[in-house]
Ligand binder design. Structure first.
Ligand SMILES: Cc1cc2nc3c(=O)[nH]c(=O)nc-3n(C[C@H](O)[C@H](O)[C@H](O)COP(=O)(O)O)c2cc1C
Length: 194
């Protein structure tokens, strides 16, 4: 048994931010909605700060999840790598950034086609008329925006940092599943029954 499980998990999450096809790149991330129900969706893992145990995601400020996290800044996420038979679950606190240095730095590294998603004329989740062909502004349906055009999207852009307080890592194996609980604050790794 190993207490290096923390290193193993964080190294793999870090790798997922560099490798587009990595299974851990698109976890399901949960918020709590206005009625208290869990609300999950796939988000792209943008960056990992191993030192401070933070995961970075990018979201639209007009989206329901943004409202959830403004109201109740907690989250859980599930990462799953099928071929490796490896599940990582995390839970933690949410730190939202918009219109500040953290958001600007993240926005500036976003690809123009990524920025385009924040230019849509309707907010995520809003009912759309069947006749409308594209939700991108006229002229941007099929091309990347220029730098000037994309800047309007910044008003809708937010960085969501998940400050991880607990990790649960499970490896399925023929000779016995292996499960670990990692509590960052306590620097503790415990083996659990799977
Ligand atoms: C592969 C994949 C990657 C996604 N990445 C993101 C992302 O990085 N940020 C985001 O806001 N939505 C992303 N989405 C869309 C969300 O899953 C979700 O549908 C959308 O953000 C609306 O969520 P909400 O209604 O819970 O606010 C992604 C969806 C898929 C399928």
């Amino acid at each position: 048994m190993t207490t290096d499980e923390r290193e193993l998990c964080w190294a793999e999450l870090e790798r997922a931010t560099r490798e587009r096809a990595h299974a851990f790149r698109q976890p399901v991330v949960m918020s709590v909605d206005e009625e208290g129900y869990p609300s999950g969706r796939v988000l792209t893992l943008r960056a990992v700060d191993r030192q401070n145990a933070r995961l970075r995601f990018h979201v639209d400020r007009r989206s329901p999840k943004f409202a959830h996290w403004m109201r109740q800044p907690v989250a859980a996420a599930v990462f799953y790598d099928g071929p490796a038979k490896w599940q990582i679950r995390v839970k933690g606190l949410i730190d939202v950034h918009f219109d500040d240095d953290v958001a600007r730095a993240a926005w500036d590294t976003t690809h123009p086609m990524g920025k385009r998603t924040y230019l849509t004329t309707e907010a995520p989740g809003v009912e759309v008329d069947w006749e409308i062909k594209s939700l991108f502004p006229a002229g941007l349906e099929l091309r990347r925006p220029t730098f000037e055009e994309s800047e309007a999207g910044y008003a809708n852009f937010a960085v969501v940092l998940l400050e991880v307080v607990e990790v649960d890592s499970l490896h399925l194996a023929k000779d016995g599943h292996k499960r670990f609980q990692i509590i960052d604050e306590l620097h503790s790794v415990r083996r659990l029954a799977p």
